[in-house]
Structure formats: structure tokens, C-alpha cells
Design a protein around this ligand. Sequence first.
Ligand code: H57
Length: 435
Amino acid sequence: MNLVEERTKRTQWFLKDRFGMFIHFGLYSIPARGEWIRSNEKMSKEDYQIYFDEFNPINYDPKSWARAAKEAGMKYAVMTAKHHDGFCLFDSKFTEYKSTNTKAKRDLIREYVEAFREEGLKVGLYYSTIDWYHADFPHYNDRHHPMRENVSYKNVQHDFQRYLEYMHGQVRELCTNYGKIDILWFDFSYDDMSGEKWKATELINMVRTLQPDVIIDNRLEASGENAGSIRTSNPSFFAGDFASPEQIIPPEGIVDENGNSIPWEACITMNNHWGYCSTDKNYKSAKMIIRKLVECVSKNGNLLLNIGPNAKGEFPVESLNILKEIGIWMKNNGESIYNCGKSELPKPEWGYYTQNKNNLYAHIFEPSIGPIGLSGLKDKVEKVRLLSDSSEIRIINPWNTLDFEDYIFFNFGSPEQLTYPLPDNIDTVVELELM
Ligand code: H57
């Protein structure tokens, strides 16, 4: 098998599951101004140390997180084992800067993987290649580093090889001590901090030996398009298994240079921060998120929806409410998401199609004043049902219209009431069984 075939095989479950939870949790949950606070506010190690000294998420209960994820219809999760600030939520023997050395005294990652697996969810780990704590990570003049303009650090030497040993050692721990890991989510590469600079071939060889089936994102490689060589027909060994567009749903999905779809996952925040931000109440509505999930699937993509738990280790109440609302819709309509992907039909004006073999799902976003037209389906439809309750929807001939070649029309309500409107809704899903 070549690399592309291996990727296709490994990502099969991922493309079926479609919907996952991202969790950004760490010391930055305490200042509650987002996970980039140390860099944004150019904080020294000492400035940031107060959060390490204080860290004690007394209500950390990943079982309740796992239940919330499962009830929302999510099938997998990815949690920050280490973010850019270098703080480890797992018991690494390579550092003192870890949750087991805080007041919490717990290996938060161990509890997370156990809790999520118990709920039947697949587990992923986020590991930051960037590290603002480790003394051997380049700091001066690095455009992201908190100490980038601190003159007292100007002449401090670093030994990048030593950092790489640290990074590889920690990835080895994560791949050895926590059972089967389903996703590794590296973040990120830029400029020449990319690919073999991370000793990526060696790293991925090790990962594949320890976790043969794990799927890996595409961020060990830098690229303007955020996709690296994964889009070529000859991807590098460390190109990754899926592309990871951040805070964007690519207009046409993501295809390789031959136009074939490649696995991708849009990661999206609920408000405007990954890490908990107490003042950011700018939450997307459940309706919008559901529609964005549909859009991803209609373009052969996944959605990884983020939660930023607070310093107590709790999901923000706004996030919980949104998850609940999503869960209600998913319970009734999940069939149009799981195992589904892009339809060959062009995007309809009233919403999106998703498709699973002979089952075509019409996601109707736009309220309608009357019969809804679907092109390209004349004499191709066996039966039509409302997905949420399996009630019959009959194909009708709208009165007093020109004969639209190749269109079918259906209506909600009785066929005599030809103007029965479809109310404004989250997403009314109509299942069409194709011949
Ligand atoms: O963990 C979340 C998310 C999943 N990725 C992290 C965020 O904390 C952010 C990654 N952002 C990358 C970034 C931000 C500024 C520029 C890159 C050109 C190349 C690199 C830069 C400019 Fe910088």
C-alpha cells in the first residue's frame, strides 16, 4: 500500500463519524483571556507561574464531559495534552511542568482518555510542537514567543536538538502510556519550523510503530494553504492523514491535485476563543453550528467543535446548552450526518444535500412559501420521508406552473394545500430513497 492508500484505510472511521469535540484546557483557563495570553501579553515565565501555583480544577470530571459530548452526537474528542504554553496535563517524566505537580495532583489526560473511551468515544490528543516554556525552544525573534522582545533573553543560548528529544520523548509517552490513541493533533508549523526541522520522519516512524492505526493531522508541515503536501498525489511521510482548516469551512471542501476529496476536519470555536474566556459571550447559536456541520459533511468534511472549560474544570454553561440543543437535533437527524458525504447533485438554493449511497438527505434551511423543487431527480426517487419522524412526503405537481424539466416538487402538509409553507427551522431534513 502506498501512503495515500494507507491514509484512506486509516481514516475510514473518521469519515463516518464526522463530528467531534475539541477541548482546550490548561493554565490559561485561570486568567480566562484565551490560550495565547502568554504570547499576546508578552508574559515572562514568572508572570505566568502564578497560574501553575494556583491550578486546581476541583470540578474536573471528564466523565460528565464525555456524556455531554456523546449526548451532542459527537463520536470522538481531541484534548490538549500540551498547548503552546508548555504546560502538560499528563504525567511526563521529562518535565516538572505538569498537572501532577500542581494542587490538582492528577494526570488529567489519563482520566480523560478513560472517561471518553468508557462512553464509546474515540480519543485524540493535541500536542503543541511550539513550546514557550522549554528553555531550548527558540525564543528570541520568534514571532510568537512571549519573550520575543525581551532584551535580557537576547543572548540566552538554546539547544534545539535537546528540545526535539523532549518533544519526541513526550510523544512517545503519549503513545505508550495511555492505551489506544485514535487521533494525534500536532499544532503547528510555520516558516522553516516545519517537517524535518521537527525530525518528522523519525517522529512519525515512532508513532506508527506504537500506534499503527492512529490518524494524524497535517500540521507537522507548514503551508500557506494550511494543507502542506497532503494535497499532492505524492505526500510526504509526515504529511498527515487529514487537513485541518481552522476557523473556516473551505468553500469547495478540500481536494488533492487530481480533484479527489481528501479527509479534512474544520476546527471551530463556539465563541471567539479556544481557551476559556470569561468575557467572550459571542457564542454561535446551536442552529448555526448544526448548519455548519451539515455544510462540512456536504463537502466531505468533519467538524471539530471546541469547548474551553473554566478554571474549575467545568464546561461553560453556554457551551453545555448549545451541546444539548445540538444533541436534540442529532438524535432525530444524525442519519443525515454519520456515514454521509458529498452528493453528486449540485448545491440546491434552499440548503444542502448530504448522501449515503442510495439515501439522499435534503437539508432545507430556507423557509419556503410553497412546494420545494429538487433538480436532477425526476423518476429517480423511490420514496420521500421526513427524516425526524419517517412521515410520508408526497411528490406533487405544483398547480399552474410551467413544466420544469427534470425537477420534482414536494410539499409539507396535505397535497391539496399547495401553498403549505415550511416554517423557519434549524434544518428540516427530508430523506429521499433513490432508485
Ligand atoms: O489551539 C488553537 C488552534 C487549534 N490552533 C492554535 C490555537 O491556539 C492557533 C494556531 N494559530 C496559528 C497562528 C497564529 C498566528 C499565526 C499562526 C504566519 C505563520 C505563522 C504565523 C504567521 Fe503566526
